[in-house]
Design a protein around this ligand. Structure first.
Ligand SMILES: Nc1ncnc2c1ncn2[C@@H]1O[C@H](COP(=O)(O)OP(=O)(O)OP(=O)(O)O)[C@@H](O)[C@H]1O
Length: 588
């Protein structure tokens, strides 16, 4: 870091600081080091730091990097999603006092209940098979916060549906994920007394992947930082903003960075990718950002591959040709260094089948995965990693597992209760240590020992219980993950022996030696006739995929996509045409 003045400036910053930088420039690394410094020098327990990021995977990656620095995951360090922050640190402690119009103790709708109420209210309003989409409803709820505004009524059907759905939720005494953030924002906006309380607990707020967090978090951040005296450290890259469809907006990051009371820091050096990939990715984005590779001499491969037989042919080619060649070309490279990226779970199904036929173990991250990553399922996976040998080297740390378990409790436990629970959990984990054991047995023991007891007492965890139940069902005989052992369960967030299959969206924040992108055809990425705004977002998605690679990028296409009535031959993705033409013009 000493050789990088930008990273150093961010590390030494005293006031509000926003780091704006491209892929692989060490934003997350800088954030983690800064957090470590703040915890060591600037805040003293029980005061602490809240670090908010986009997804459970990102939160886990941050926690892992902090542990890798040798730091204990302190109880005064919150690392989690914006939902987790709003639920645990705003709504639970202050929501009832503020008189928010929701039931207490809080109870979070499971996905199943939420889906049922969405369907019931939508059908009641518009009839079955109506044209309105749940995804648009969510975007509207997240992006228009003032319900009395013209903007809220501007999409009348969505507004009416949202109101009916929320009324149905409240009738059942429930809130959902979007409510957590919307009410968290409202609490912060309308109740001044909350600000010093939050500031006393968290004098510092850090935000990773700022461009993917929507307007509600932006308002929470501004209110806490500029009215509440909380110090802000945020990092992001508007070029990697790929969640516009959920209400996220990269412009919010730029607005923040443009404020006079913020120190903006730009980073130009890319430590991840070889020069060829850095140059090609700027060409793909269509913007000259001036990023440079830290090691210009590193060899890279960028390949455009036509496979005329469609997605299955592309996947089979990746398995039969690209992966064996990639493994052979660098000593020590493993399947875990390679990722296949695709647009959606349907492509994921085809790729997963080809990979299974080729006999390769894999980890799959998309919506067709057997269960969703939530704090509880991630915690169970990490307990598995600890029991499967992680305990020998302290990865993950037992202390972190105990603190995360404690955080699942709604009410703060008194010290003797907390100690007793910690002892029980420690004893159980110690007993469950095993290098080889079916994952199903491990999860059953953990559930019987402590988790089911916790879940029975904590209504707010109902949605998380649903995902744990799905994990349990997938691990059962005949389930999709029946063959998983404890080591593989612990390694589901990345393991050397497993090829990574991810959607382009899930790949954000990740890095691999070799990236294989499949389905680069018009009609898939991008879709046909996208609005200019959507087309820009699709281009950024393509850019995110390219920039995950350290050494090699393979871009596969067929020239057609499968339609309802057979193949539709729209040609390959125009992003490939443009990129290839620009590379040729530049003599690459
Ligand atoms: N000063 C540095 N010296 C050497 N390596 C570094 C330095 N800073 C970051 N790196 C390495 O560069 C890689 C990318 O870092 P990191 O993941 O923090 O980048 P990022 O900006 O968050 O990337 P992205 O936005 O693409 O997710 C990591 O492997 C990291 O260890």
């Amino acid at each position: 870091m000493a050789g990088n003045p930008g990273q150093l400036a961010a590390y030494n910053s005293q006031g509000h600081c926003v780091v704006l930088a491209g892929p692989g420039s060490g934003k997350t690394k800088t954030l983690v080091l800064k957090l470590a410094r703040i915890l060591a020098e600037d805040v003293e327990a029980p005061r602490g730091v809240a670090c908010i990021t986009y997804s459970q995977e990102c939160a886990r990656e941050l926690a892992r990097r902090i542990e890798n620095l040798g730091l204990q995951q302190a109880p005064n360090l919150f690392i989690g999603t914006v939902h987790g922050f709003c639920l645990r640190h705003l709504l639970m402690p202050y929501g009832r006092l503020a008189g928010l119009p929701i039931s207490f103790p809080l109870s979070v709708a499971t996905q199943r209940v939420s889906d049922r109420l969405l369907k019931q209210t939508g059908d009641a309003l518009f009839g079955q098979n109506h044209p309105y989409k749940v995804i648009d409803l969510g975007r509207h709820r997240r992006s228009v916060l003032n319900r009395n505004s013209v903007a809220w009524r501007s999409e009348e059907e969505l507004a009416a549906w949202a109101e009916a759905y929320e009324a149905a939720l409240r009738d059942e005494g429930l809130i959902d994920y979007d409510d957590m953030v919307v009410f968290g924002q409202r609490l912060i906006a309308e109740h001044d007394w909350v600000l010093p309380l939050v500031q006393a607990k968290f004098p510092v707020l850090a935000v990773d992947e700022y461009q993917d967090l929507g307007v509600a978090l932006h308002r929470i951040v501004k209110r806490l930082a500029f009215d509440g005296g909380v110090r802000l450290f945020a990092v992001g890259d508007a070029d990697q903003s790929i969640y516009g469809f959920t209400g996220a907006d990269g412009a919010l990051l730029m607005e923040l960075a443009a404020r006079r009371d913020i120190e903006p820091v730009q980073l130009q050096l890319n430590y991840r990718s070889g020069a060829g990939i850095v140059t090609a990715s700027e060409m793909a984005l269509g913007e000259a950002r001036g990023y440079q590779a830290s090691d210009p001499a590193r060899q890279t491969t960028i390949e455009f591959v036509l496979r005329p037989g469609g997605m299955a042919d592309q996947a089979a080619h990746a398995v039969a040709q690209i992966i064996p060649a990639a493994l052979a070309s660098k000593p020590g490279r493993t399947l875990g260094d390679i990722a296949i990226l695709y647009k959606d779970y349907r492509a994921g199904d085809i790729v997963a089948e080809a990979v299974a036929t080729g006999g390769l173990d894999h980890i799959r991250v998309d919506t067709a995965a057997p269960y969703r990553k939530v704090a509880l399922t991630s915690w169970v996976e990490d307990c598995a990693a600890w029991c499967a040998g992680g305990w020998r080297v302290g990865r993950p740390q037992l202390r972190g597992l105990l603190d995360r378990y404690r955080a699942f409790h709604r009410a703060s436990l008194d010290d003797s209760q907390a100690k007793r629970e910690e002892q029980e959990l420690t004893a159980l984990l110690w007993e469950l240590r095993a290098d080889q054991q079916p994952a199903r047995e491990f999860v059953a023991s953990l559930r019987n020992g402590v988790v089911d007891h916790l879940l029975a007492a904590e209504l707010a965890l109902a949605d998380q219980k649903e995902q744990l139940d799905r994990m349990t069902a997938a691990l059962a005989e005949g389930g999709a993950l029946a063959s998983l052992d404890i080591t593989s369960l612990g390694g589901r967030d990345g393991s050397p022996d497993h090829l990574n299959l991810l959607t382009l969206h899930s790949a954000k924040g990740c890095e691999y030696d070799v990236v294989i992108m499949v389905g680069l055809d018009l009609g898939n990425l991008p879709w046909r006739n996208e609005t200019p705004e959507k087309l820009r977002e699709s281009r950024r998605l393509f850019y995110v995929g390219l920039t995950r690679a350290r050494d090699e990028v393979h871009m596969l296409y067929s020239g057609f996509v499968d339609g309802r009535y057979g193949p539709m031959r729209f040609g390959r993705s125009p992003f490939l045409d443009e990129l290839e033409a620009r590379m040729r013009a530049a003599g690459i």
